[in-house]
Design a binder for this molecule. Structure first.
Ligand SMILES: Nc1ncnc2c1ncn2[C@@H]1O[C@H](COP(=O)(O)OP(=O)(O)OP(=O)(O)O)[C@@H](O)[C@H]1O
Ligand SMILES: [Mg+2]
Length: 279
């Protein structure tokens, strides 16, 4: 482990795992993952490791399969007819596509935050409490505590503590996105997937969400898709660069510690992308 732009010692070189060296703590792995929409292969042979309690960034041009890969990591495609997945996704070394695996349990352990804030047409409180019914029986007080804790972790509590019964739609865009993050973390998932979580936000709200991501990485494993290079460089520990191959399938060109990917990419395609020559 040579580079470290974050100053954190718990970083693990993802590339080490790729070169066959067993990394110490990997939360989520993909092995030879392919995703098809009908006969179209959207991602091809993706083998990636996502280290525990770190932020992994997925970057790459539009259409390179970043969202597809992310959705595959918590079985979000199950509901889309015609979609098929080959290869493996392993959470703590257990396959999430196993026959006896309940997709609802997978989504409880691996939460997701989308590009546009998508609160439900419910109160602020009920939005955050939404997933708790899957967690098990809980008293009113326990529920209230969990909602408060999630809103605090999402950095929204101070702004909403006096209006928990107001509609979620009464919040600003940046607040709504933090509400969606609170909703995702209230069930205490182990992994949080974020698909361009700040692309609809202004610079201040973006900064808030980035700070939040760093705090959340103390507790959760985070995988974030972003088109914002600065964001990937600022928040992530490891970065994977994806591109489209000749047949338009998404492939991973290169993965490694974020500092190295941005300062010393090994593949000319990565260099072209991060310096803005393509994409
Ligand atoms: N539900 C779907 N049905 C059919 N094809 C799809 C579907 N979703 C995505 N695709 C196709 O799969 C490919 C990868 O799409 P995906 O949304 O994963 O790309 P992306 O890297 O997230 O792009 P962007 O940066 O624009 O969000 C594209 O060619 C897209 O048209
Ligand atoms: Mg996308």
């Amino acid at each position: 482990m040579s580079e470290d732009i974050t100053g954190q010692s718990r970083r693990i070189d993802v590339a080490a795992a790729q070169s066959g060296i067993e990394a110490e703590s990997i939360k989520l792995r993909t092995r030879d993952l392919n995703v098809f929409y009908g006969s179209f292969r959207a991602i091809r042979d993706i083998t990636l490791d996502f280290p525990t309690m770190q932020i992994s960034a997925l970057i790459g041009s539009s259409g390179s399969g970043k969202s597809t890969l992310l959705r595959t990591l918590n079985r979000m495609h199950d509901a889309i007819p015609g979609t098929s997945v080959t290869g493996q996704v392993l959470l703590d070394d257990q396959p999430i596509y196993g026959e006896d695996v309940d997709p609802i349990m997978v989504r409880r352990r691996i939460g997701m935050v989308f590009q546009r804030p998508n609160p439900f047409e419910k109160s602020i409180f009920d939005n955050v409490a939404y997933g708790l019914r899957f967690v098990g029986k809980m008293s009113r007080t326990e529920k209230r505590d969990r909602v408060e804790q999630a809103l605090k972790q999402a950095g929204l509590w101070k702004e909403v503590q006096d209006r928990l019964d107001s509609s979620a739609f009464s919040l600003s865009g940046g607040q709504q996105q933090r509400l969606c993050i609170a909703r995702a973390i209230a069930v205490e998932p182990e992994v949080v997937l974020m698909d361009e979580p700040t692309s609809a936000l202004d610079p201040i709200a973006t900064q808030n969400v980035e700070e939040l991501m760093r705090e959340l990485s103390e507790k959760f494993t985070i995988i974030v898709v972003t088109h914002n290079m600065q964001q990937a460089a600022r928040v992530s520990h490891t970065t994977a660069y994806m591109t489209m191959d000749d047949d338009k399938s998404g492939v991973v060109v290169e993965v490694g510690p974020t500092g190295r990917i941005f300062t010393n990419p090994k593949d000319p395609r990565t260099e072209d992308y991060i310096t803005g020559r393509i994409g």
